[in-house]
Design a protein around this ligand. Structure first.
Ligand code: NAP
Length: 278
């Protein structure tokens, strides 16, 4: 029988735990989000983050710059936030406009306030095995969801479709650290279905209809990270859920799977950085 991995239920449980954890402190974490431009999707994500943080008693500040802001203005602001004792977590909402070098901007964030875990120090630590200050939110949320349902990872073949710095690559490392055997696929991969069919755990992080019924092995675990609007304006994931779900042992829905876990892990990272800074 297929089990639906319920990201919303687990998110609510985690947020409740974080709220209780924060109640014992007089000081509160302060999360600063830098948003550049007026991309509607980014605005929705940032508003959700702010609302969720405030519900937990986290101070949440959004600094919104126009899309033509200079890179130097962002770097100066990040330097100021790095030295501000009241600020415990900094997030730069991606994507940034093309005239800004996102690597320079992310690299400017102090690793101890890097709530996304994207700075070279934190990603370097992840890859060398030294614990980063925090782990990137989406991969961390996926691992947390798999653990909640006691899905074993050791020795299993995990296939990840998508190699972004925010999902595919860090997730591969986190699975490797848990002794899974990991294969990463991308847009140049040949014979994708032949590879995905060997997956005990299949993770898709592409952002398009990519995983069909001919691409999975019976009883595998399917994690759908993708989220996009289809031709009818409906929110959907990479996986053809209706046809594939009955063949799987566990599967995440879209929406309601990985998305809620990502925001829960952002809050968890905010609390962790705050506690490390006390
Ligand atoms: P991204 O930077 O957009 O990269 C997409 C990846 O998919 C790339 O590695 C690309 O390969 C690969 N790809 C594209 N077409 C492919 C194909 N036909 N076959 C195999 N691989 C293909 O990725 P992202 O930022 O990780 O986002 C991926 C999706 O996840 C998006 O829908 C995004 O909205 C969603 N997302 C959701 C959450 C959440 O919390 N639910 C969080 C983050 C992202 P190349 O590297 O070769 O170009």
């Amino acid at each position: 029988m297929t089990v639906i991995l319920d990201g919303k239920k687990l998110r609510d449980k985690i947020l409740e735990e974080l709220k209780t954890r924060l109640e014992k402190y007089t000081l509160k974490p302060t999360l600063v989000v830098i948003l550049v431009g007026d991309n509607p999707a980014s605005r929705i994500y940032v508003n959700n983050k702010k609302k969720t943080a405030e519900n937990l008693g986290i101070n949440s500040i959004v600094i919104n710059y126009p899309s033509d802001v200079s890179e130097q203005v962002l770097l100066d602001k990040i330097n100021e936030l790095n030295t501000d004792k009241n600020v415990t977590a900094i997030l730069v909402q991606l994507p940034l406009p093309e005239h800004i070098d996102k690597f320079r901007v992310i690299n400017a964030i102090s690793p101890k306030k890097d709530v996304d875990g994207f700075t070279p120090e934190n990603s370097g630590r992840l890859f060398t095995g030294e614990a980063p200050y925090v782990y990137p939110c989406t991969p961390k949320g996926i691992i947390r969801l798999l653990e909640e349902y006691n899905i074993p990872l050791e020795g299993r073949h995990a296939v990840i479709v998508g190699r972004s710095n925010i999902v595919g690559k860090p997730l591969a490392q986190m699975l490797l650290n848990r002794n899974a055997t990991v294969t990463i696929c991308h847009s140049h991969t040949q014979n994708l279905p032949e590879i995905t069919k060997t997956a005990d755990i299949l993770v898709s992080a592409v952002g398009g209809k990519i995983i069909g019924i001919n691409m999975i092995k019976s009883n595998c675990v399917v994690i759908d990270v993708g989220i996009f609007k289809d031709e009818n304006g409906k929110t959907r994931g990479d996986v053809d859920f209706a046809s594939i779900a009955p063949l799987t042992s566990y599967i995440t829905p879209v929406p309601g799977g990985v998305g809620p876990m990502t925001i829960a892990m952002l809050m968890s990272n905010t609390v962790e950085l705050f506690e490390k800074n006390l």
